[in-house]
Design a protein around this ligand. Structure first.
Ligand code: E4P
Length: 215
């Protein structure tokens, strides 16, 4: 399974990329709004660091505007994936941009029916938001299970990019279900490393080693 980091923060991306486990980056308008620089410059810098798929999202809600923005975003780097919301305009834009050879990430997906439509128009990634479903007492991971099953049934090549992850359990469940990618906030990636028994075990090894040196 691939790991993407869900942020527009360059310092976080550099730090996590150095770990050797980051395959790509997702951004969205809320994440970009937290940064002070021009989003285009940020996306360019991210692409230069990661050399993997970097999703940049359009903010237009109309088909023509999405196309215009998508074509501009695509010029930033070969690594850019244009992210469009799952709306009728977004689906149309996905089809057109895909036909032009641009990779598209269809985002804000909350149902299997939406994921099926995204695959039909050739989305490169589909982004189902598991955490936001959990937040309203729906089991987000049930959606991942349904999408993986449907895509397998019809051999769709659209990759399932599990989004809105909130903790390590989402990542483990997604991997068990065979999702292609999880995009995680930096804090979730850091949480994947933590285990108290690792810390306790390391402390004990080092203490024993120190004692042996004093003999
Ligand atoms: C996905 O690409 C989105 O940027 C993201 O995962 C949304 O997550 P949130 O629900 O934590 O905002």
């Amino acid at each position: 399974m691939k790991f993407f980091v869900d942020t527009g923060n360059i310092a976080d991306i550099k730090r996590l990329h150095a770990l050797g486990i980051i395959d790509g980056v997702t951004t969205n308008p809320s994440l970009m709004a937290k940064e002070t620089r021009d989003p285009r410059d940020i996306l360019k810098e991210i692409c230069d660091i990661v050399h993997g798929p970097v999703s940049g999202e359009v903010v237009s809600t109309e088909y023509d505007g999405m196309l215009r923005e998508g074509r501009e975003l695509r010029k930033i780097s070969e690594h850019i994936v244009v992210k469009v919301p799952f709306t009728q305009a977004g689906v149309r834009a996905c089809k057109t941009l895909t036909e032009e050879g641009t990779r598209v990430n269809v985002t804000l997906v909350f149902s299997a029916a939406q994921a099926l439509i995204a695959a039909k128009v050739g989305a490169y990634f589909v982004s189902p938001f598991v955490g936001r479903l959990d937040d309203i007492a729906h089991v987000g991971m049930d959606l991942i299970e349904d999408i993986v099953e449907i895509y397998d049934n019809y051999e769709y090549t659209t990759q399932v990019l599990v989004a809105s992850t909130r903790g390590p359990l989402h990542i483990v469940e997604a991997a068990k279900l065979g999702a292609d990618i999880c995009t995680c906030p930096p804090s979730v990636i850091e949480a994947l490393f933590k285990h108290p028994l690792t810390d306790i075990g390391l402390e004990r090894f080092l203490k024993d080693w120190e004692k042996a040196q004093q003999k």
